[in-house]
Every structure is written in C-alpha cells, then in structure tokens.
Design a protein around this ligand. Sequence first.
Ligand SMILES: [Cu+2]
Length: 183
Amino acid sequence: MVGIHVTQPLRNPFKHESLIMKNIKHTLAGVAALLAVLAVPVLAQEIKAGELVITQPWSRATPGGAKIAGGFLTIENKGAAPDRLVSVAGDVAGRVEIHEMAINNGVMTMRPLDKGLAIEPGKTVKLAPGGYHLMLMDLKNPLKQGEKVPLELQFEKAGKVAVSLDVEGVGAQAPHDHSGMKK
Ligand SMILES: [Cu+2]
C-alpha cells in the first residue's frame, strides 16, 4: 500500500515539472532574445557632431607587451558637403595614425593616410579590421577587455569630437563580439 502511494503521486508531479521546465526555458529564451534586441540601441554609442554621426567605436585588448592597437568606428556623413578626419589623439597612445590596408605586390600592407580620411556626403565610412583603421602607436599601457579608451577625433568641418573605444577581446573581429550574436 505504502509503495503504491509513494510511486503513483510521484509520477505525475514529475511530468508536470518537465512541462513547467520547458515553459520556463521557452520563456527565458524569449526574454534573452528580447533583451538582445533591446540591448543593441542601449549599448551602441552614437555621437553626433554637426552632420556626422559616429557609432560603435571599439578596439581590441593588446596581448602582453604589444605597443600598438587598432581603433575602429563607423562615421556617417548626413550632410551635403564632404568632411575629413584629419587627425586623432589620445592620452593612451604616443600618437594615433589613420591607416588604410592596401595590397602591394600581392602582400597586404598598411599605410598612413597623410591627408586623412575623406567622409563623402551621404556616405558611411567604416573603419574595421582589414580596412581603414586607427593605429594607436606607442601605447603607454596595455588595453584590457572591458576598458574604455578615450580619443579625440579632429575633423576638417565637424571639428573636435570625443569618442571612447570599447575594448573587446584580443581576437575580436567586430564590436560586441562577446554577445554571441555574430555566431
Ligand atoms: Cu595600421
């Protein structure tokens, strides 16, 4: 009698539990998806300077002892006239150069843009790994994941614009790579 009483009532609650767990998991997945969608506009920096809109400034953590780091961001020119990123400065680096990647005799190399980077009207210029980028030279201290690195951009028309690079992991190929949304 006791044995039956114990096993019978146990089965049903168990079934119930797995159903409830499924529902909870389903709800959590929904909440996570919703949060991921909501998180984008909250996390993404958008800096307006005159006709320019600068988004997602980021960098990568530097492996031990490295003295250089890349800086990446997106610049949109909403105006009718061209502008130009002429120089960049920041306390973290001895100097900051504006670089482009180019193929020379089949070898990918980078070179500084002496006249800066043109931002044509109506265009969006993306500085990203493998393309245009900022080069932080003579780093005074290593960049650590999760840090923010303040920089000052100097535009021909928009003037000085303060941004702060979000430092991602060493191998990051894109900002907010840790969110898992890129995979
Ligand atoms: Cu470079």
